[in-house]
Design a protein around this ligand. Sequence first.
Ligand code: C2E
Ligand code: CA
Ligand code: CA
Length: 918
Amino acid sequence: MAIAGDASANGRNPSADRAAPAAAAANMLSGLRTAWPSLGVMLGLSCILLIWTGLYYALLAERAQAIAAASQNTANLARAFEESTLRSLKAIDQSLLYIRQAYRQDPAGFDMVAWARDTQSLTDMTFQISRIDRNGILASSNFAPNGSGIDLSDREHFRVQRDSAVDELFISKPVTGRASNKPSIQLTRKIFTADGVFDGVVVVSLDPLYLSRFYHSIDIGLDGLIALVGTDGIIRAAALGAGNGGMAVGTSIARDSLLAAFAHERAGTLLTSSSLDGIRRVESFRGVRGFPLFVSVGIAEAEILAVHEANRRSDMMLAALLTVLLLAVMTLVVRRQTDLKRARAALRDSQEQYADKSRLLEATLEAMSQGIVMVDAQHRPQVFNQRALELLALLPLDMKNGGSAPFEIDDPLGDFDTLLASAEPDRIRPNPVVLPLREIVSERRLNNGMLLEVRTRVLADGGRLQTYTDITARAAAEEMLGAAAGLDYLTGLSNRNGFGPKLEAALLAAQRTGQPLSVLCLDLDYFKNVNDTLGHEAGDTLLKLVARRMRDVLRDTDVVARLGGDEFALVLNGRSRNAVEHAARMLLDSLALPYLVNGELVRIGASIGVAFYPTDGATVELLLRNADTALYEAKSVGRNAWRAYASEDGLRERHRAQMELDLREAVETQQFTLAYQPICDTQTGQPVAFEALLRWNHKQRGPTSPAEFIPVAEQTGLIVPLGRWVIETACAEAATWARPMHVAVNLSPSWFRGTDLLAHLAEVLRRTGLAPERLDLEVTEGVLLEKSDHVISIMQSLRGMGVRMVLDDFGSAHSSLSYLRNFPFDQVKIDRSFMRALNSDRQARALVEAMLAMARALGLEVVAEGVETQEQLAMLRHMKCGNVQGFLLGRPQTAEITRQGLWASGGQDLEAQDGLIG
Ligand code: C2E
Ligand code: CA
Ligand code: CA
């Protein structure tokens, strides 16, 4: 396929070639672009990940920092707490040591109350100071200076000191005082006698709260914990946050990891939950130097992390916000990219589809066996295929230059645009056919003999689409098949074979329905001129155009046939006489319009003869014959005319039909006679021969001229028996004549079609005994037109028998002179039409002289017939014409009169005959 454009007229499609690299580039680009959204997504996701991991680590760090700060804090507090505890314990221990010293120095003067007072001023939470004697009996206290006698020997703070060899401060677990009924911690030291013997213990009972005093001076939050714990895990003193730690006093935290940690190190910090209240705290512990105690300061994790937690929450909120924002942006980007991608894919798809389509179109066009060319309104080729170039024998370059002849339309109807421009306006019918949007089909014979079918479609934009199909073979086949099927290959109409059955069927239908029917014979005028001057191709084209116009004028139910050459026959169904006459007029008008054949304006005309059923005949043959007769009538009045079969013709036909019947009867019943007309020597006037002329005395009409009935006998075949009778009778009669005159018999043309003429003649001559030399056979010119070889051989055989051959009516047809040379004649008979002209017409005289000269040159005898006047005879004598025949010399007479005349004149001389000539 080619799409002709600026860049291309080379039969290739450049847009398809260009499309390949462009598409690849586009693919690459779009590939890159499609990678973008995922990159964007990745970036977005990384951002989100970064934010969150960053936040996570930041929070982790912040948290760790908070914890570390808290640890530092608790460690410091623990140290301070240890210091404070140590100070308190040392102060108490110091007091105990002083008291024991005082007691040892002076047990009797020992004043417990005074010491208690002193000690209490030291520790305001010391609510009891007492001495237990070596037996464990409370010896004295600040509440009971002389003792209460309470046995405390089972108490740990006594037992441990009694049983231990080490002199050290003992700090008891908190116990409920038996005397005070308050929880207290007992701090004891051994008392020795002056000899250094164990003499009981001195006890300071301490409110655990004393130890807790410190707590209130520091901030350990609401859930903080401060505890003084023995290495046994029992809490000696405690404060829980801002609240009272009293409830915890005496409780064991042996199971807590705090104790386990303390077992390993003297001081440390750990994050742990307390078994006391289950709260997780950062706790720092620290051993109290020199005592089986450690302090623990804990701040609740929740409180440590409170700020951090708040920060974390807001940070996370921020991060979440950021994430949402990023996701939104990403979604947006992705959606846009997806949309873009989709649009791009759609574009690519449609591009591919277009490419596919155009490839398909190209393939289709190139696979077509037809050539195809599309031109625009300016006749510039837009699309064409290789096949078109081949068929039109064009080069791609021709296409580029475009608009050349091949794309012009061959409009079978005659391109009316052109016609209107060139034809005389009055010849165009009021409603000219405007070039319509239809398919115009025409055929074109190329120089190489190929027959192209050209189909042209006028497009809405004024362009044209033409297809070219090689129909050489098809046309040939169609011609054969069509002819067999009753179709005329050239025009597509019926042919003679096809027409007969159609007319027959139409006639049957008309007979059945009583509908009128008419048969038209149509003959083109001047068609031969077109054939001769423009050639047969043009003639063929013209015939097609004619057929097309006829079809356009007629109805579909009408039958149109080409019987051969430029003869057409039509059957018009169901139309009144008036309608038929109108149709005939329309046909003549349409066919008389000019035609455009091979670029030339051609004018022809037509003549039409019409026969109506049933008035002009009831059979196929009769209707056709009468239409034909009417056609000749039409032709005789002038061209471009139509004639209905006249009613007098109808009468004539009936007359003829009657004659046919009568003639048959006449042949059977021997109603014929022969008359004999003398043929005389011009100089002497003596008869040398008699011409036998048929006479029919019709029972009603009386004597009837052979000119009337011979053609009927000829047509019906009755001429054969009639002719036999004539020859036989004439020969038999001549054999009886007194003088051996020649007898001339007119031969019907049909004699020459068979071969039995010779045999019959020989038989007749033998039977009648007539010498063959006395028989002259007259043949008219028309007979010799056909089958000359056959005719010549028969003539030669006849002459071989001795019979003389005479060319009758010489000069009545145009090619007579050549007949004389070509056929073996002995005599010519100059047609009687020359005699009439002989007196007046010098030219006729010259012609007769020429004929005589020619006959003489060819060694032929000459008879002039139709001699009626003395002047004619004198002239012929002067011209030295051998023989004459005519009313002047003798009318045709009956056989009897002729016979008697011959007998009578048997001894007469020429003088007597002269009298006859008078
Ligand atoms: P034809 O052969 O030319 O015969 C001569 C015709 O001219 C005859 O007419 C005759 O009567 C007529 N004739 C003779 N002299 C004169 C004359 O001076 N003036 C005029 N005006 N006419 C003259 P006919 O007998 O009516 O015959 C007419 C035609 O019929 C013949 O023309 C011939 O062609 C044909 N015909 C006659 N008899 C036979 C026959 O037996 N067989 C055949 N096949 N045709 C015949
Ligand atoms: Ca004759
Ligand atoms: Ca004649």
